[in-house]
Ligand binder design. Structure first.
Ligand SMILES: [Zn+2]
Ligand SMILES: [Zn+2]
Length: 276
């Protein structure tokens, strides 16, 4: 395969924003654009897409990981307005009141979703509250893979196995354990966040990445940081410390505000997105 052809198979990962007020990640190849989650207002979704240089109507698919509104809020309206296919599992469709076949295409656990011959998505169930949440492993056709993993209390063996084959991993680092425990949240909420159905702490994410890290891993983006119980420098330093010198790729942080950078599979350094 010539280098031009392999470039055409590339995939770009752009975080339009992440956190408890909204999440959406754009995966883009030459001819295909798909969103993982659609948790901002439609106006915000469209302006963030345009900041990333993407016309909203060019979106081919929107996959919703679970029904919580910071991931699902405007997915149905967006899919209709942009003429994009809406994907979710049956539990999420039911909780959202979406009608399968008519309004959304449902998938089963570990059932490969072929968006186009450039991008396919593999949903992997993860434990999270009362939701049937999934992590997503995206493949771009030349064997490279990217993961988008948010809203889970712990990493399953299945997920760890799939993550170890990824070139790019976007994963939540929701809270700093000490900040959560010494903070103002009521005990019951602290227990819920740190429990099996809650979110990953910086330490959990660091431990997982230190187990996974190998030469294929080019870039990591930490996302869904709690504004009250975490800080970018805490998340980044804890995760980097866990991976030690075994990780030679780049690390970035996706915050609640709009897209700041993009990662390309096959390229460890992120590219800045310059807002006009
Ligand atoms: Zn969330
Ligand atoms: Zn959630």
């Amino acid at each position: 395969m010539s280098s031009v052809a392999s470039y055409a198979m590339g995939m770009e990962i752009i975080h339009l924003g992440s956190g408890s007020s909204g999440n959406s990640t754009l995966l883009r190849s030459d001819e295909t654009s798909v969103l993982i989650d659609c948790g901002f207002s439609l106006k915000q979704m469209e302006s963030r897409l345009r900041m990333a240089g993407v016309e909203p109507t060019s979106i081919d698919g929107v996959l919703v990981t679970h029904h919580h509104s910071d991931h699902s809020k405007t997915a149905l309206r967006a899919s209709k307005n942009w003429d994009a296919v809406l994907y979710s599992n049956l539990e999420t469709a039911t909780r959202m009141g979406w009608e399968p076949i008519v309004e959304c295409r449902t998938f089963g656990a570990l059932e490969r979703i072929v968006v186009s011959d450039e991008i396919s998505l593999l949903p992997i169930p993860v434990p999270h509250d009362d939701a049937d949440n999934v992590a997503v492993i995206a493949s771009n056709g030349d064997g490279r893979r990217a993961a988008v993993v948010t809203d889970l209390g712990e990493l399953t063996a299945d997920l760890m196995r799939h993550l170890s084959g990824c070139s790019h991993i976007s994963i939540e680092a929701n809270y700093d354990h000490d900040r959560l425990m010494s903070g103002p949240y009521p005990e019951v909420l602290k227990r819920r966040i740190s429990g099996r159905g809650g979110h990953l702490s910086n330490a959990q994410t660091g431990d997982a990445l230190s187990e996974i890290v190998n030469n294929n891993l080019e870039s990591v983006v930490l996302c869904h940081l709690s504004e009250r119980n975490n800080a970018p420098h805490l998340a980044e330093s804890e995760v980097l410390m866990s991976m030690e010198e075994r990780f030679s790729g780049s690390i970035g942080i996706s915050l609640q505000s709009g897209p700041e950078f993009s990662n390309w599979l096959g390229q460890s350094e992120p590219e800045r997105i310059s807002s006009l």
